[in-house]
Design a protein around this ligand. Sequence first.
Ligand SMILES: *[C@@H]1O[C@H](CO)[C@@H](O)[C@H](O)[C@H]1NC(C)=O
Ligand SMILES: *[C@@H]1O[C@H](CO)[C@@H](O)[C@H](O)[C@H]1NC(C)=O
Ligand SMILES: *[C@@H]1O[C@H](CO)[C@@H](O)[C@H](O)[C@H]1NC(C)=O
Ligand SMILES: *[C@@H]1O[C@H](CO)[C@@H](O)[C@H](O)[C@H]1NC(C)=O
Length: 368
Amino acid sequence: MGICLAVTGLIIVGVVVGVVVAGKKTSSSTRSTGSSGSTGASPNSPVQQTDPNDPSKFTKDPDLHQAFYGMAYTPVGSQLPDCGNSLAAVIQDVQIMSQLTKRIRLYGADCNQSALVLEAIKQTKVDMTVFLGNYPIATDNGAAYQRQRDVIQDAIKTYGTDHIGGVTVGNEFMLNYLNANSATDPNSAVGDQGAAILISNIQDTRDMLTSLGVTLQVGNSDAGSYFNNKVLAKVDYGLANVHPWFANVSADDSASWTANFFQEVDIAQAANISNNPKMYIAETGWPTKSSDAGNANNGPSLASEANLQTFLDNFVCQANANGTGYFFFEFCDEDWKDKQFGGVEGWWGLFSQDRKLKNVKIPNCVAP
Ligand SMILES: *[C@@H]1O[C@H](CO)[C@@H](O)[C@H](O)[C@H]1NC(C)=O
Ligand SMILES: *[C@@H]1O[C@H](CO)[C@@H](O)[C@H](O)[C@H]1NC(C)=O
Ligand SMILES: *[C@@H]1O[C@H](CO)[C@@H](O)[C@H](O)[C@H]1NC(C)=O
Ligand SMILES: *[C@@H]1O[C@H](CO)[C@@H](O)[C@H](O)[C@H]1NC(C)=O
């Protein structure tokens, strides 16, 4: 009985978390914003490239360690209609991120971000894998999906699959679909209607890969308590957002809460499905500030660098040791999200928008 209640409690929190996340958070690839086509590489670059003509020659920062299983990443200026990202800026990001992790995940494919990241990995010659992303919209008759599928296909043709970990189809698709249709249960009849759209996109991506003659894993990403079983049955991997901050958990409890939630909700759900897709944490992290005082905390979960440090210290090396695959959220603060959504949305980076490490110590362990 006690166990039952505990699990139910987690799922309810998960649903609430999902709704809260949905209310504030958004696509890293598809929302338009008037302010996204900005910066590019910062003028006083944080990376010392020792040969200006060779991005593979750069000085390593002794404060950085390859402690993270993976990192959530969106190049600056990757939202339509403005775009504005640049290869130079992505190369600089890859130079930094390669000192933190061997894996990054993208959310979408607009503004040529798949090719830019693969080109940056090629030029920097770093040992990195990218999970490409396709961010479909439920209400556009497949336009966003097809547009992104086509550029992902081009990128695979140009760069091959050596540095691609998989193709993730869908980001918070079920969460958004259910919210838009005033439903909450991803496995209800309404959930299955949304799932049918996603499943046809997933199958289409598999067909595209087959037509190229390549073998790549195909996955799906959603809020941690929003997976539809029929979708999970069609993917090789699932990426689950698990956010202690949005669940009103204190920084001290955040790592164990995250581990428990992921285990009891996502791993358990996937284990119940015959293909048993591999589950990863798609996003977990901690914001360091809020643009307004009202959003600076969710109950005991206070946005601060000190609390990000607490989460880093209690989560990163422990999750590595436990064999948990996760993508830390996130590499850098995202100015466009702050401008569009305010609150804590723009302030989840380990690094600031100008690529300076915040006042945190990167844990000193080596991720698998
Ligand atoms: C996409 O990026 C790649 C790598 O930098 C470049 O070769 C290609 O021309 C770009 N395509 C477009 C449409 O910008
Ligand atoms: C696993 O499947 C059984 C039978 O369909 C179901 O009763 C149970 O709730 C499922 N467990 C999870 C964690 O999804
Ligand atoms: C978290 O706390 C805020 C107030 O700070 C409240 O509005 C919200 O409902 C709480 N959420 C959960 C999941 O408890
Ligand atoms: C790692 O596993 C231990 C033991 O199962 C658990 O208590 C802890 O919460 C886990 N931590 C992480 C970050 O996964």
